[in-house]
Design a protein. Structure first.
Length: 370
């Protein structure tokens, strides 16, 4: 049960209702509810500009984005991916009949470790699906080098990477495709929603066919597509969210800085600083709890916060490789994924969202300090 007085790991940022009602009136007026309507077109254009990308296709959600992205590039066989993510990353492979091959993460930002990717490549490997976990960019140049050497595609799960830039360049412009999620729990939400970023008009056209049953014209179906379209309610809401997103990000940045300041002296608690040259969105505030140095385990901290009505989340625990569907895979063995296993056992995401007050943040910190 959601209780109003509780503090959860996140809370959706909502734009002013009166402003949304104006958009609703227009939808009621023009009676276009979906299928590339006027708000869909406008949101797509404004979002591409905001994110600094040339081609973007809006979708009903991020999971359909990942599933569709694999279809867009005709990926098959085996795909190398990370176990330290939300289950949808690997599920998208399963839904395409692709065998996931888990590779360990690096210990600094918990993204796929490029140095371990090469050893997992087989003649069946056709792509790499890394995740920019917590919005910290993967080692994009190194991954591209490997992909180029072995003739592999890269599809980034960029669900956490809204607005992230490396030295001014949008992280979404790396790899072949990047998939965003606008789920209610993300930095930027459209209730549910998502998008695929690509780099040329032909690919965008193929995505647009695939998300609409494969229709290329009134009577032409070019592929076994799916229904993954974003509707006008979501699109109009997205246009409105774009007006406020910089405000949301600025508030979260201030909260993240306050956490860093407050937590920095505590033995056994580690947190992540921004990687050099990176601008990001602060969708999460993960800390790692070293039980030996801190004196309590991660789970004890998690339970203790709950007693104070503060609900952190153990993202990402358990690892995807531990779920029944995947744990039988040879690459799912704990011995193959030592860094991911250790991280999953120590990590706790503390509440961060634009409406979190500094007082509540201080309360959370004081519980961690006591
Ligand atoms: C949220 C999330 C998804 C799924 O996106 P939906 O829009 O909820 O379908 C996929 N991958 C990661 C890493 C996520 O955090």
């Amino acid at each position: 049960m959601i209780e109003k007085s509780n503090i959860y790991v996140t809370q959706p940022a909502l734009p002013p209702l009166e402003e949304y009602i104006e958009y609703l009136k227009q939808i009621w007026d023009n009676k276009i509810l979906t299928n590339n309507g006027p708000f869909h077109k406008q949101f797509e254009k404004e979002l591409a500009e905001y994110l600094g990308v040339n081609y973007i296709s809006l979708l009903a959600n991020g999971t359909l984005g990942l599933i569709t992205a694999l279809q867009v590039l005709n990926i098959s066989g085996e795909v190398i991916t990370t176990p330290f993510s939300f289950v949808a990353t690997t599920h998208s492979l399963w839904w395409n009949n692709i065998k996931p091959v888990f590779v360990d993460i690096e210990p600094e930002y918990f993204n796929l470790d490029p140095e371990k990717v090469e050893a997992a490549i087989t003649p069946q490997t056709s792509a790499i699906m890394p995740v920019h976990v917590y919005g910290n960019p993967c080692q994009v140049d190194r991954l591209q080098e490997i992909a180029d050497t072995y003739g592999l595609k890269i599809i980034y799960d960029a669900a956490h990477a809204f607005g992230v830039r490396i030295n001014g360049k949008p992280v979404l412009n790396y790899g072949d495709l990047s998939v965003l999620s606008f789920h209610a729990t993300k930095m930027f939400n459209t209730f549910e929603g998502g998008a695929i970023v690509c780099h040329n008009q032909k690919t965008k056209q193929r995505i647009d066919f695939l998300k609409n049953f494969g229709f290329a014209g009134e009577t032409t179906v070019v592929a076994p597509g799916i229904n993954a379209k974003m509707n006008e309610l979501q699109s109009a809401y997205g246009i409105l969210q774009l007006k406020y997103v910089d405000e949301y990000i600025a508030k979260c940045k201030a909260l993240a800085e306050a956490y860093c300041e407050e937590l920095k002296g505590i033995a056994g608690i580690r947190f992540l600083y921004d990687p050099p040259g990176v601008k990001r969105g602060f969708p999460f505030f993960p800390v790692l709890i070293d039980a030996e140095k801190y004196g309590k385990t991660r789970d004890e901290v998690y339970e203790n916060l709950k007693k104070h009505n503060i609900y952190g989340r153990r993202y990402f625990y358990p690892l995807i490789s531990q779920f029944p569907t995947y744990r039988g895979l040879p690459s799912a063995k704990a011995s193959n994924l030592p860094v991911a296993e250790k991280t999953a056992a120590q990590v706790l995401c503390l509440p961060i969202f634009s409406n979190l007050s500094m007082d509540d943040l201080k309360k959370i910190v004081s519980i961690l300090k006591s």
